[in-house]
Every structure is written in structure tokens, then in C-alpha cells.
Design a protein around this ligand. Sequence first.
Ligand code: HEC
Length: 166
Amino acid sequence: MGRTFPGAASRQSLPCPLRGVHSPTPIPATVMSRPTPYRYLMAFTFFLAASAFAEDAVYTASQSVRGEEAYQQYCAVCHGARLQGTPAAPLTGEAFRGRWEDGKHTLDDLYYIIRSLMPNNAPGSLSKAQYADIAAYILRINNYPAGEAELEPKPAAMKAVILQPH
Ligand code: HEC
């Protein structure tokens, strides 16, 4: 039959020198008896808390207000006052999620289009800071959390932000 290591039987019978010292602390019954949905809720809450401090809290609330003004002035005519699109592409909602928030695009991909091609009728006509402000506004409308530091018009920083549904 199966091979047995010589001495295996005797090893098994040896008393554990740490017996009674390293026995695992029993998990309190109160934790074990919590219903599963509660545990999922706790996990989800921690996830939300963690994501609020994650690297996508990359603009400030006041920056997004500046961005809103610039957006309404330079972009809304084609992308809609609420970013809903018409006549141009929507910058929020289902279409935006499908096209940009697929986990494969970074904020820099989006910013690149904005700063180099938009407004479509006057590409590159705004300042870098204005483009960054507008990007911040687009993030806000798509439920990305505001943070402590402004979004700099620097591609390297924007590359670190993966666009994903919020
Ligand atoms: C004169 C109309 C016009 C203006 C003004 C304009 N856009 Fe566009 N935008 C377009 C068109 C046309 C496209 C190409 C895709 C499409 O047909 O919607 C586009 C595409 C985009 C895209 C890529 C959308 C996608 O999913 O492919 C973004 C992002 C964008 N614009 C942002 C802006 C921002 C920000 C501004 C303001 C700074 C702006 N646009 C101003 C017409 C415009």
C-alpha cells in the first residue's frame, strides 16, 4: 500500500511541546453568529470608505465649480448643459460608462481628447488649467469623490486614475 515514512507513527504520537500555548483563540460566538448579509454590508462599507480615500479623489470641490463654469461656456452647446450629449457624445450616463469606464481607460486618455481636440470648433483654445478644471467637473458629475488637492494639468498624474463606475 502507500509508503510510510519510518518513524511517522511515533512522530504523530509525540506530544506537541506548545500544546495549550498556541491553541487558536476561539472566535467569539457573537461574530460567528452574525448573519451573512451583515458581514457583506461591513465589507462593502469598508470598501466604500477605502475608495473614498483612493487615488481617484484627485480634484477639489471648488476646482469642479470653476470647471462647471468653463464647461457651460465652452462645451455645453455640443455636449449638453447636463453632459447628456446631443448633438455630440454624452459625457456621463450609460454611454460614458460603456465607452470610458471600462477599466481600460485612464483620466489621461479622456484629458488628451479634451485638451487636444476640444472644443471641436476651436481645439486647444483654452488654458491647460481650464481643461483640468473641466476634467474635474466631468469627474464630479460622474460621482468621483472630491479630495484635498487640485487636479494638475499633468498627464503623469492623470495616468494614475483609472476611469471606472462610481
Ligand atoms: C462644436 C461642438 C463641440 C464643442 C463646443 C465641444 N465638443 Fe466635444 N465633441 C464634439 C464632437 C463632434 C465629438 C466627437 C464625438 C461625437 O460625435 O460626439 C466630441 C467628442 C468629445 C469627447 C469624446 C467623447 C467620446 O466618448 O468619444 C469628449 C471627452 C469631449 N468631446 C469633451 C468636450 C469638452 C470638455 C468640451 C469643452 C471644452 C467640448 N467637448 C466641446 C463636439 C464638440
